[in-house]
Design a protein around this ligand. Structure first.
Ligand SMILES: [Zn+2]
Length: 176
């Protein structure tokens, strides 16, 4: 291994990644960015960037303005390029803002998702990432709603977290 100072930027990057088999998550082991807990990486020019965005550009290509790099695996610290895709649901989100379906100002998730929205999230086959964009909330909010961490009294059952949930649809149930 070359000394740190002689490493290329990509070499410095991969040093901080726990690479496993090609299909699994490759977890970032370096610093993390803020509360949202994405990997944090310092570019060659000194800029701090999100590790999953850096690896997307390294392995796949430039990120067009206004698009997000999303995780199909829902693991924010994963930097396996196979698990990354560009979020393209922004227009939909803007549309929802315009219609006033997303309240402004309050960051607490309870005030941002109505029971109807939670029911829709629980029956949706969309990915957390896409739903987060659509409803204009953090992905953790979607994930919590889905797993029933909040709003457990709703008649739509929460989903257990498992692979493949995104392809299943959940029937609505009556409450007892
Ligand atoms: Zn992953």
């Amino acid at each position: 291994m070359p000394p740190l100072g002689r490493m290329t930027t990509p070499e410095r990057f991969w040093m901080k990644v726990a690479i496993s088999d090609p299909q699994s998550c490759w977890f970032w082991r370096g610093a993390q960015l803020g509360k949202r807990a994405y990997g944090s990486f310092i570019e060659s020019d000194g800029r701090r960037v999100a590790a999953h965005r850096y690896v997307y550009e390294l392995a796949i290509g430039p990120i067009p303005d206004g698009l997000f790099v999303c995780h199909s695996c829902d693991e924010r610290l994963c930097v396996n390029p196979r698990h990354l895709f560009l979020g393209t649901d922004l227009d939909n989100k803007r549309d929802m803002w315009a219609k006033g379906r997303i309240p402004h100002g309050d960051r607490h998730w309870n005030s941002r998702l109505t029971d109807e929205m939670v029911a829709e999230i629980r029956t949706s086959t969309e990915r957390n990432c896409d739903l987060a964009l659509r409803f204009g909330v953090a992905r953790a909010t979607i994930s919590n709603a889905r797993r029933g961490i909040t709003r457990s009294r709703l008649s739509v059952p929460a989903l257990p977290k498992s692979r493949g949930w995104a392809r299943r649809s959940v029937p609505l149930q009556e409450t007892a």
